[in-house]
Design a protein around this ligand. Sequence first.
Ligand code: UDP
Ligand code: MG
Length: 312
Amino acid sequence: MKLISIVVPAYNEEANIASMYTTLVQELEPLPYLYEIMFINDGSSDGTLEEILKLANEYDTVKYISLTRNFGKESAMFAGLKRIRGDAAILMDSDMQHPPTLICEMVDGYEQGFHQVVAKRSRSGESKLRSWQSALYYKMVNSVTDVSLQDGEGDFRLLSRKAINAILSLSESNRFSKGIYSWIGLSKKTINYENVVRAEGDSKWSFGSLVNYGIDGIISFNMKPLRICFYTGFLVLFLSLLYIAFTFYQIMARGIIAPGYFTTITAILLLGGIQLISLGVIGEYVGRIYNETKQRPHFLVDMSNVDEYDEP
Ligand code: UDP
Ligand code: MG
């Protein structure tokens, strides 16, 4: 019988773990599959680990990894995917925002042979402003990046073993999963569902972290910002040459008329600005190269009751 692994990253979710487990089991038991539920405690400071340990002691199907500190959801998911043994995995949040009732439909998609079965959420219950911002963001990202991202499609998805291995093979440390899912390709089916509000606790996203995440999305999957600098540089050079020729001609024809304060200051400001932007973009990439060359592990495991899973 095939094994389905549920991967659940949890950061300060003590109030949700037990109920999450109960609902998951209700959905998983009737399926003609073996299952394991992999909780990843991402350095929680509350009783999350204790809640997970309670379950792991009681049920063989509960596996866990506890990271030494808070590495972020991306790293937590990576840690989980590395250690599950399933023929397929389902990534889920631990706050019940990803309805377990969809598992059945996702597994159906898997049966049909899809490598990724994605649950796409609507934006109901969200503020107009937030929905509008996201729509704008996706438009912008899709126009500049090499991968295509869909609004409402997040980490809640089923991945076949092939998709899991593909994801694991992208070992970069600046992980932007939404881009990675799209980058690996493979056949994909989408299921729609209504947005659900979080069961207990608060979202871990602040406005600042959302903005940072947005920038990651733009930078992680393309070199276009660098190319924009390149093109702008050429355009500016071309325009300045034209301007120099024009001014030179004027001086030859009529002599020096104005002291030229305006042109000087405009040129300095314009070029200064462009140079700064370019430096910023280059700096962003240099930063990433620096990060990658360090080849740090994505996570350090503090405790776990499973070994790393090696492909047979
Ligand atoms: N999460 C995590 N590490 C973090 C932040 C979040 O493992 O540093 C987990 C969190 O416990 C939850 C999921 O990632 O299961 C989604 O987090 P959250 O609900 O805060 O995000 P939102 O649903 O608001 O996008
Ligand atoms: Mg949530």
